[in-house]
Design a protein around this ligand. Structure first.
Ligand code: AMP
Ligand code: MG
Ligand code: MG
Length: 311
């Protein structure tokens, strides 16, 4: 019997993420970053372009007709990779898992893959490579159900990087809890928040302060901040601003949810991932390490902060 599509997709995405991570490392060591300014405080490098061409090309060759939405607009002919360079391998462990019943019969036409080939580009160009991730998110009928957060420069796996991945109902894999900060609910003595390093605004700071942090960890990347939640290093990730996109949140949301956490916008609304959705997360991002803490954080965000968001 053929392995269900969703397992084959996750299995392929894990393998593809490792090779994309190798591209990200190789471009850095070449010293030739090829930086382009896409807008205010929004960079693209050769690594973003090349990793995206590789990920999208691999997925489309392997799953003809699949809808893949990547962050970068690139001239495909310029980044044409020979088809024999695309990744066609499988993660055997995933292929051997039993597929959650509700995902058994997923059709290709119901799937959108959201790709951020390099999350944390600005930090990458500044040598803060630990903030960098490659994100491949799997959405089915508009809902994020699985994905891969790959860290090319993981301090725990120095040579190959590491891929953290999950599928709803199957579990999440590839990381260990490194700290016990979040074994207890946030309190007056420990309430560790993470947020943006490069895109801070007054509203972001107001939202953070209203939650009574004992520490604020300002780092780059949506993938990286969700890893801090997964590893038990932070209680919540708060970003009360527009700017983050669907390719930033799709994979992290699914992995975090499967680990017991929750990610929504700053109004507590679920994000959707169908192909025709607004790509911008205009209402910000609020994520908590445990889903039962989510409402408490939402309640603390001042109405004036919630009111400033515009669709
Ligand atoms: P950060 O936490 O600042 O690293 O942002 C997480 C993700 O959202 C990254 O991919 C950023 O590039 C993106 N992002 C957040 N705010 C903005 C913005 N104002 N302009 C462009 N991209 C943004
Ligand atoms: Mg990103
Ligand atoms: Mg990116």
């Amino acid at each position: 019997m053929e392995v269900p599509l969703i397992l084959r997709l996750l299995s392929a995405s894990i393998k593809i993420s490792y090779k994309a991570g190798a591209i990200v490392r190789q471009v850095l060591s070449s010293g030739n970053l090829g930086i382009i300014d896409k807008g205010i405080n929004d960079l693209q490098t050769q690594a973003d372009r090349q990793a995206q061409a590789f990920i999208v090309g691999s997925l489309m060759t392997r799953f003809p007709g699949i809808c893949v939405i990547g962050e970068e607009t690139i001239d495909k002919s310029e980044y044409k990779i020979n088809s024999n360079e695309f990744d066609m391998s499988d993660d055997q462990f995933v292929l051997e898992q039993s597929c959650p019943t509700n995902l058994h019969n997923v059709n290709l036409k119901d799937v959108v893959v959201w790709v951020d080939p390099l999350d944390g580009t600005s930090e990458y160009t500044q040598g803060l490579v630990g903030h960098v991730t490659v994100l491949i998110g799997l959405a089915v009928k508009g809902r994020s159900v699985g994905g891969v957060i790959h860290q090319p420069f993981s301090s725990t796996e120095t040579t190959e990087g590491r891929s953290i991945y999950a599928l709803e109902g199957m579990g999440c894999f590839g990381f260990k809890t490194c700290s016990d900060i979040t074994k207890d609910a946030p309190s007056e003595t420990s309430n560790v928040l993470t947020t943006t390093r490069g895109h801070c605004t007054d509203f972001v700071n107001q939202a953070l302060e209203s939650c009574g942090p004992t520490e604020i960890i300002r780092v780059g990347g949506c993938g990286h901040k969700v890893i801090l939640l997964l590893e038990g290093r932070c209680h919540a990730y708060i970003f009360a601003s527009a700017g983050c996109k669907k390719w930033d949140t799709c994979a992290p949301e699914a992995v975090l949810r499967e680990a017991g956490g929750m990610l929504t916008d700053m109004l507590g609304e679920t994000l959707t991932y169908s192909h025709d959705v607004n790509k911008a997360n205009n209402f910000g991002v609020l994520a908590t390490a445990k889903r039962e803490w989510h409402q408490d954080y939402l309640n603390k965000i001042p109405q004036s902060v919630k009111d400033h968001f515009v669709a």
